[in-house]
Write a protein that binds this ligand. Structure first.
Ligand SMILES: Cc1ncc(COP(=O)(O)O)c(C=O)c1O
Length: 372
C-alpha cells in the first residue's frame, strides 16, 4: 500500500489561541472557522426566511448526508440524519427483531447511549446482556473474541461495539471482531463516535447492520446532529418519530430520518465540517494523531502514569492512569496552565485533533510535570 502524505497541522483553520493546548476532541471539538461561518449564514437564513428559498435547505440535508456517507464508505441512500447517537441507538433497538435466549455483548463501562436502548430490548425480549470486563492486559479485542466464541454460552444475538474504548482509547479491533460477530450470526451495531473523522471507518470492511456517529466531536460539527448508517437489509423498519419526511414514499435509510430535518443552521455546519475532513485523507489524520499521542506517551515516561501499549490503543486517544488513581484536581490544574483534557473513569484522556501540534504536546508534558 502507498504511504499517505503526512498531514500538516491545520491550526490556521481554527481559532484556537497559541497559548491554549486543546486536547479534548473526544469530549467536544472547536468549530473550524468555516463551520462557524456556515452556522452564522444559517442563522441569517432563518432570521429572514422570505429572502431564502426553503428548498435550498433540503439540498443542505442531502449535502450533509452525502458527506457523512463518504466519510464511512457508504452511499447516501444508506445514511439517515438523526439527532444524537442515543436517538440512533433507540431507532436500531426498535428495529431489531430478536429471538429470546441470546446475548447482547458489549464492553464494560460502555458509553450509556450505546447501552440503555439495548438493555430495554434485552428486558423486553428475554436476552442476556453480557459485559466483557476491562482486561488486565488491556487487550479488549482478545477478550471480546473469547467472549464471542465462549463454549456453552447462549448464542450471540447482538454485538454493540465501538472502534475504541471511549474512556481511554483502548483499541477494539473491528477488523478482527466484525468477522467473528458475522460468523456467529449476530447483528453488529457500531458506535463510531470516537472514530469517524479521526481514523478510517469503512462500512464495506466491517459490514455492520447499523453504525452511528455524531458531528460534535471528531467530525468538527455542531451538537444535535448525528448520522445512522443502515445496511440495505435493515432499511425496512420505522423511525421512532414518524413524520412527514420519513414515511413512504421515503425509501432507504431516509426511513429513519429525524423530524424537523431541514434545519438551515445545523445542516450546512455539519456538511462543512465533514467536507473539510474529506479534503484530508482520514488515514493521514490518523497518522498525525498517532504521532502526537505517541509523543505524549513518550514525554510522560517517569511521571508515574501508565498508558496502554501503542498496539493496544487507538491513534487518537491516549488514556493515562496512576496506580492509586489520578491526583485530585489534576484536570483543573492543567487547565490553569492552558491545557484542556478530560478525566473519564479514572483515566486522564488526552485527545488531540488536526489543530494540535508538537508545541501542544510539549506544553501538556510540561504542565503535567508541574502538576504532578
Ligand atoms: C462512545 C460515545 N458514544 C456516544 C456519545 C454521545 O452520545 P449522544 O449523542 O447520545 O449524546 C459519546 C459522547 O461522549 C461517546 O463517547
Amino acid at each position: 500500500m502507498d504511504a499517505v502524505a503526512p498531514l500538516p497541522c491545520q491550526r490556521h483553520l481554527f481559532e484556537v489561541p497559541d497559548e491554549i493546548s486543546y486536547l479534548d476532541a473526544a469530549a467536544w471539538s472547536p468549530f473550524p472557522l468555516s463551520v462557524r461561518a456556515a452556522g452564522e449564514a444559517g442563522l441569517l437564513v432563518k432570521s429572514r426566511p422570505w429572502a431564502h428559498p426553503r428548498e435550498a435547505v433540503q439540498a443542505q440535508a442531502e449535502r450533509a448526508r452525502a458527506a457523512a456517507a463518504r466519510l464511512i464508505g457508504a452511499t447516501a441512500d444508506d445514511v439517515a440524519i438523526v439527532g444524537s447517537v442515543s436517538h440512533a441507538m433507540a431507532t436500531v433497538a426498535a428495529n431489531l427483531a430478536v429471538a429470546p435466549g441470546g446475548r447482547v455483548l458489549r464492553v464494560a463501562d460502555e458509553f450509556p447511549s450505546l447501552c440503555y436502548a439495548f438493555d430495554r430490548l434485552a428486558r423486553a425480549s428475554g436476552l442476556i446482556v453480557e459485559e466483557v470486563p476491562r482486561p488486565e492486559d488491556g487487550d479488549w479485542t482478545a477478550s471480546l473474541l473469547a467472549a464471542i466464541g465462549r463454549p456453552g454460552a447462549p448464542p450471540l444475538t447482538i454485538a454493540t461495539l465501538t472502534p475504541s474504548h471511549w474512556t481511554d482509547g483502548g483499541l477494539i479491533d473491528l477488523d478482527r471482531l466484525a468477522p467473528a460477530v458475522h460468523a456467529a450470526g449476530a447483528a453488529l451495531v457500531i458506535d463510531a463516535t470516537q472514530a469517524a473523522g479521526a481514523v478510517p471507518v469503512d462500512v464495506g470492511r466491517w459490514r455492520p447492520d447499523f453504525l452511528a456517529f455524531p458531528t460534535y466531536k471528531w467530525a468538527l460539527g455542531p451538537y444535535a446532529l448525528a448520522f445512522l448508517y443502515a445496511a440495505p437489509h435493515r432499511q425496512d423498519g420505522a423511525a421512532i418519530e414518524e413524520n412527514i419526511g420519513n414515511r413512504p414514499p421515503a425509501t432507504g435509510a431516509r426511513r429513519y430520518d429525524r423530524g424537523e430535518l431541514n434545519d438551515p443552521v445545523l445542516l450546512p455546519m455539519a456538511a462543512t465540517g465533514l467536507e473539510l475532513l474529506l479534503s484530508f485523507d482520514v488515514s493521514a489524520v490518523a497518522d498525525r494523531l498517532r504521532r502526537l499521542t505517541d509523543l505524549l506517551a513518550d514525554g510522560l515516561v517517569g511521571l508515574g502514569l501508565s498508558a496502554l501499549a501503542a498496539d493496544l490503543r487507538a491513534p487518537n486517544i491516549l488514556g493515562l492512569r496512576a496506580p492509586g488513581g489520578l491526583s485530585p484536581g489534576l484536570v483543573d490544574r492543567l487547565r490553569q496552565d492552558g491545557v484542556y483534557v478530560s478525566e473519564r473513569s479514572g483515566a486522564l484522556r488526552l485527545s488531540p485533533h488536526v489543530w494540535a501540534d508538537e508545541r501542544d504536546v510539549e506544553r501538556c508534558v510540561a504542565a503535567l510535570r508541574r502538576a504532578l
